[in-house]
Design a protein around this ligand. Structure first.
Ligand SMILES: [Zn+2]
Length: 564
């Protein structure tokens, strides 16, 4: 049927005329040949429908709708045929119209469906957008709450304020105020609050409970109360006794920062209150104190005296002579009354240094205190007789020597430094003869004159004296002084090394002191020399170390004592 348009009319015709449209068959045959293009339409139109549309087709024909412009083949077409033709044309047009209608409807449906789909998509997107908006809103709200709920103090955040007796004296960043699981405070603030004095070197500040820092009384008779805070160690040394703290001490610049548990565990009659952003220290009201009439009138509040819980007077238990460890103790640790500073006695080492004990804490306790400086000179012929090669002369230098006692004590010190993971110390200078020092001084003076041709010899010598000494005034001639560092230079940068820090903390245990501290230049007249260490024996080294004084001051104190 699909190819019917090209078929001979007769073959397709229905001779029986059994269908209602049967009578048009001949015509169809004609048109089928003449206008093959229409054949398709004719055949598409269902026969049953053709009748139903018959009248309307006529109507269309009359109104000229879709009317053929010409009467095709008029001569061979009867009026009847023509009407049929018109009807078919109309039917075709109707067919197209309906099809267009259907297509339009379908497009409409499709558009509607799309709109619905788009609406669904839009609704979905709207939901997602809404959710995102909600989350953002919540976050913004949270931030808003945090910002406006907190006070301005907390907005600066991380700031901890410190009050003493209700007065704020400091604010510190949280990182400064808190660490190692404990709050810290700057000890100078408390010292100011309590009127404590501050002495000692930068490496070890000492705070004293006295009207004046009376350094002549370095062994407690009850009058001196002091505390020191070894840098990096979680302890306070109170009147010579170690008290554990919750975190390691921090020495930053001039300031000493200490765990707040110091206030609770070491002090009596002080209160400590900590909340989120405040560390408050205060004195405690003395309820039992009787106020005078005058005080009552002025509403004076009396407070309990803040004091160290550990007293300076805590006596060292007298040690029965028959006890073995006393006889084993080198005599060099006993003071004039035969008492022993327990800290001196309890020095411990990583290595077994028993064999070195006789050198570090010599029996002849006061035998190594020779003070040699510009005013106390050694004669040209003074030369020790017990010189020994040192363990670690710097490469490229002739083997340096020290007096046996200092050489051995130094050997012990270097052993411990190695064990403390601080190897690499080398001795740049030990014993120097008078003549060698004379040669050195001459050379230095010559160098200065060469650098500054306009100065006099006297002026040149004055310059040299700031870093070297005249023959007879160098303690290197004693055989008890050693210049050591991690390299063979004489650089003050050594002070920044861990090695130096270790020496500052521990050298006294081996009997050595820093001879020319940075803060004693006006007394020693020698520039700060972090490399120059002097053997005096453990007993005196500890006293000098603890007091933070130089050898000149210490000797002066001893001499003042003798005169009494
Ligand atoms: Zn030196």
């Amino acid at each position: 049927m699909q190819n019917g348009a090209g078929r001979p009319p007769r073959g397709r015709g229905n001779p029986q005329g059994s269908t209602p449209g049967g009578q048009r068959n001949p015509g169809r045959g004609q048109y089928g040949q003449q206008t093959p293009g229409y054949g398709g339409y004719r055949q598409q139109a269902p026969r049953g429908q053709q009748n139903g549309y018959g009248q309307r087709q006529g109507g269309y024909g009359q109104s000229g709708y879709n009317q053929p412009r010409q009467r095709p083949m008029t001569r061979s077409m009867t009026e009847k045929e023509y009407r049929a033709y018109q009807q078919r044309q109309a039917a075709t047009a109707e067919q197209r119209r309906r099809q267009a209608e259907v297509e339009r409807m379908m497009r409409k449906q499709e558009a509607k469906r799309r709109r619905q789909h788009n609406r669904q998509v839009f609704a979905g997107r709207l939901a997602v957008f809404g959710a995102v908006l909600l989350i953002m809103g919540l976050i913004a709200g949270g931030i808003f709450l945090i910002l406006f709920h907190s006070t301005p103090d907390a907005v600066e955040e991380q700031k901890i304020s410190y009050t003493y007796g209700g007065k704020q004296v400091r604010k510190a960043a949280f990182e400064v105020a808190y660490g190692s699981g404990t709050y810290y405070f700057c000890f100078q603030d408390l010292a100011d609050y309590l009127g404590m004095a501050e002495t000692g070197s930068a490496a070890e500040r000492r705070f004293l409970f006295v009207d004046e820092a009376d350094l002549t009384d370095s062994r407690g008779d009850g009058s001196e109360e002091y505390v020191t805070f070894p840098d990096g160690q979680a302890l306070a040394v109170v009147n010579g006794q170690r008290v554990p703290l919750d975190g390691p001490n921090r020495l930053s610049g001039e300031e000493v920062w200490v765990s707040v548990n110091f206030v609770e565990d070491v002090m009596d009659n002080l209160s400590l209150k900590i909340d989120d952003d405040t560390v408050a220290v205060g004195m405690i009201v003395d309820d039992t104190a009787e106020t005078t009439e005058e005080q009552a009138k002025n509403k004076v509040i009396l407070y309990l005296d803040p004091v160290f819980r550990l007293k300076a007077a805590d006596p060292v238990e007298p040690i029965p002579e028959e006890e073995a460890f006393l006889s084993a103790m080198p005599g060099g640790l006993q003071d004039e009354d035969g008492e022993i500073d327990m800290e001196l006695a309890n020095v411990t080492f990583v290595n077994d240094l028993t064999a070195y004990e006789q050198y570090m804490a010599p029996e002849n306790r006061d035998g190594y205190l020779d003070l040699v400086n510009t005013t106390r000179t050694l004669s040209a012929d003074y030369a020790p007789t017990d010189l020994l090669d040192v363990a670690a002369t710097a490469k490229g230098r002739t083997t340096q020597r020290l007096r046996q006692i200092a050489a051995k004590a130094l050997e012990a010190l270097l052993l411990e430094m190695n064990s403390a993971n601080l190897p690499g110390m080398q001795v740049n200078s030990g014993y120097r003869t008078y003549s060698y020092q004379a040669m050195l001084f001459e050379t230095y003076t010559g160098n200065e004159l060469a650098k500054n041709p306009n100065i006099t010899r006297e002026e040149a010598e004055a310059i040299v004296l700031t870093y070297s000494t005249r023959p007879g005034t160098s303690e290197h001639q004693t055989g008890l002084a050693v210049d050591m560092a991690t390299d063979d230079s004489f650089s003050t940068d050594f002070q920044y090394s861990e090695h130096y820090q270790w020496l500052m903390e521990n050298a006294w245990k081996f009997g050595f002191i820093l001879r020319f501290p940075a803060d004693k230049v006006d007394i020693t007249t020698i520039q700060f020399e972090p490399w120059h260490w002097r053997f005096v024996g453990r007993y005196h080294a500890k006293k000098i170390h603890d007091a933070g004084i130089c050898l000149e001051e210490y000797i002066a104190l001893l001499e003042a004592k003798e005169e009494q």
